[in-house]
Design a protein around this ligand. Structure first.
Ligand SMILES: NC(=O)c1ccc[n+]([C@@H]2O[C@H](COP(=O)([O-])OP(=O)(O)OC[C@H]3O[C@@H](n4cnc5c(N)ncnc54)[C@H](OP(=O)(O)O)[C@@H]3O)[C@@H](O)[C@H]2O)c1
Length: 405
């Protein structure tokens, strides 16, 4: 039996999909009894020079060629464009094809719609690669929600931020210098905003929390703080605390609702997350029966991401994926107002008024000069925010990080 794939996109991930299939075709056939065949590949530009041999690949620029091909069973969407990928996924499912995607932006925004349409049509909509790149995390979470109440999902979900923070800490390097190297190495985009300001992490948290907490968690429900304003003084202070800093995403049940936040977080050097370094990612979730599970691995990259995509494809080929819509339509109460803790706060170009206000918040003053850094009392984040906005500080003048208990 043959499982025919219509591949949308032949960039980094699409190329990895082709490479792994070419290498593992015989092994897959031997273990599953099925041949995986890439029947057609859609790209933006037919004339672009490719890194792989495409002599045996049938390329098209027209999605209709894939949609109308009745022999194609599975659409693998690895293009990346938000609006067009939405259309490809909806039309693919409506045409009776299973869909696998790595596109976190489209999954984050339309997960509910895709999941219910796929269930209605008795098809698979799978998105393992959209969170944590090569790390299997969506499938285990999907399995655990059947037996557990998931109380918390947490993780380091963006390789670019983690790479920048790791090198700043390990090599005492300046933020701009490391960002530039990250861009040269292809870890960071030319416009790094989506990564360093935390939008990419937020989308992944939205996916994990919608599935894990089993209710409606929208992108707007998640508080967002990026790493874009961290400087060398912060790194120096954090190291003096025997700690390191990570961009951590966390959603958890709280009271009769939930909280969800992406924020720079200072973790002790002996904490599990402190050892998730460079472009690696980690996801942890906590179920009331299974306890805490942690997953660690490469958060992106051609082959790890393509590997996750193909795990989904094989689950479809083996008919071993979980059926039905795993999401609940329940509204959850957003209690982000209640988020509290001790925070590290550094403000630059201090004047007398700012100095006085910060001292009122401080449990400990770490340094006071032109730049002032404090550790706050245990207090509500909303209170810190209202004080900061009262001081009228532009975003690049301060850095705020939660201190993990
Ligand atoms: N790269 C990673 O490590 C990674 C990790 C996890 C998830 N992802 C996700 O995987 C997806 C693909 O990422 P990538 O890094 O492979 O992207 P990429 O290298 O930019 O490749 C995108 C591919 O899609 C094609 N394409 C883009 N827009 C199209 C459109 N509107 N119609 C037809 N073809 C279109 C491009 O065609 P041309 O080649 O002709 O330009 C290209 O082949 C994204 O959603 C990304 O977020 C990537």
């Amino acid at each position: 039996m043959v499982l025919n794939i219509g591949l949308l996109g032949l960039g980094t991930v699409g190329t990895g999909v082709v490479e792994i299939i070419n290498e593992r075709k015989d092994a897959i056939k031997k273990s599953t009894g099925k041949s995986i065949n890439i029947k057609r590949v859609m790209v933006n530009n037919l004339n672009k020079k490719r890194d792989i041999d495409i002599s045996e690949i049938s390329l098209t620029e027209d999605f209709e060629d894939i949609l109308n091909d009745t022999e194609i069973d599975v659409i693998v969407e690895v293009t990346g464009d938000l609006e067009s990928s939405y259309k490809y996924i909806i039309e693919g499912l409506n045409a009776g094809k299973h869909v696998v995607t790595a596109n976190k932006a489209v999954v984050s925004k339309y997960l509910g719609e895709f999941s219910s349409l796929a269930a209605e049509k008795n098809l698979a909509f799978l998105y393992e690669a959209s969170v944590g790149g090569g790390i299997p995390v969506i499938k285990p979470l999907r399995e655990q929600i059947e037996l557990n109440e998931i109380n918390k999902v947490q993780g380091i979900l963006n390789g670019t931020c983690n790479y920048i923070l790791t090198r700043m800490i390990n090599e005492d390097k300046d933020y701009r210098e490391v960002l530039k190297v990250a861009q040269e190495l292809g870890y960071a985009e030319a416009d790094p905003t989506a990564d360093v300001e935390g939008h990419d992490t937020l989308r992944k948290l939205r996916i994990l929390s919608t599935l894990g907490l089993q209710g409606k968690v929208t992108e707007e429900d998640i508080l967002l703080y990026g790493i874009g304003s961290i400087n060398s003084l912060d790194i120096k202070n954090i190291k003096k605390m025997d700690s390191t800093v990570k961009l951590i995403a966390e959603a958890k049940k709280f009271g009769d609702g939930f909280t969800a936040i992406v924020q720079p977080t200072i973790v002790k050097n002996n904490n599990y997350f402190a050892n998730v370094n460079m472009a690696y990612n980690s996801v942890a979730f906590e179920g009331d029966h299974v306890g805490e599970l942690k997953f660690y691995g490469p958060g992106a990259g051609k082959l790890p991401t393509a590997n996750a995509v193909l795990n989904d494809v094989l689950d479809i080929g083996n008919n071993s994926y979980r059926k039905g819509n795993p999401l609940k339509d329940e509204s959850l109460k957003n209690l982000n107002e209640e988020i509290k803790g001790k925070y590290y706060l550094r403000v630059s170009y201090i004047n007398n008024e700012t100095n006085g206000t910060l001292k009122e918040l401080a449990n400990q003053v770490l340094c006071e000069d032109e730049d002032m850094a404090i550790i706050t009392n245990d207090m509500k984040l909303s209170k810190i925010n209202s004080i900061l906005s009262g001081l009228n500080l532009s975003k690049d003048r301060y850095f705020l990080a939660k201190i993990m208990e």
